[in-house]
Write a protein that binds this ligand. Structure first.
Ligand SMILES: [Cu+2]
Length: 85
C-alpha cells in the first residue's frame, strides 16, 4: 500500500500570536485531502501536507477566510513592493 503525499510551503503574513496560527491551521485543515498543517509563527512559513495535489487558490482562499494573506516567495522578495494599509 503506497500513499503519495504532497507537501507545499507557503508564506502567510499578518499572524501575530498562537491564536492566529490556530486560525490559519484550522482553515487550511478544512481543505479536502489536507492531512497536516504546520505553521511557524516567526517566519510565517506554512507547510501543508495533502493526500491530493492542492490548488494554490484553495489555500489562498482558506488563508483569506482566516483573515490573513498568503504570499509567494517572489512576492515577498521580488519587485512587487506595494504598501497597502
Ligand atoms: Cu493572533
Amino acid at each position: 500500500m503506497t500513499t503519495t503525499t504532497h507537501t507545499y510551503t507557503y508564506t502567510v503574513v499578518g499572524m501575530t500570536c498562537s491564536h492566529c496560527v490556530s486560525s490559519v491551521s484550522t482553515e487550511i485543515g478544512l481543505i479536502p485531502g489536507v492531512s497536516d498543517v504546520r505553521v511557524d509563527l516567526d517566519s510565517g512559513a506554512v507547510t501543508v501536507t495533502s493526500e491530493h495535489s492542492l490548488e494554490e487558490t484553495a489555500v489562498r482562499a482558506a488563508v483569506d477566510e482566516a483573515g490573513y494573506e498568503l504570499r509567494r516567495p517572489e512576492e515577498l522578495n521580488g519587485s512587487t513592493k506595494r504598501t497597502e494599509q
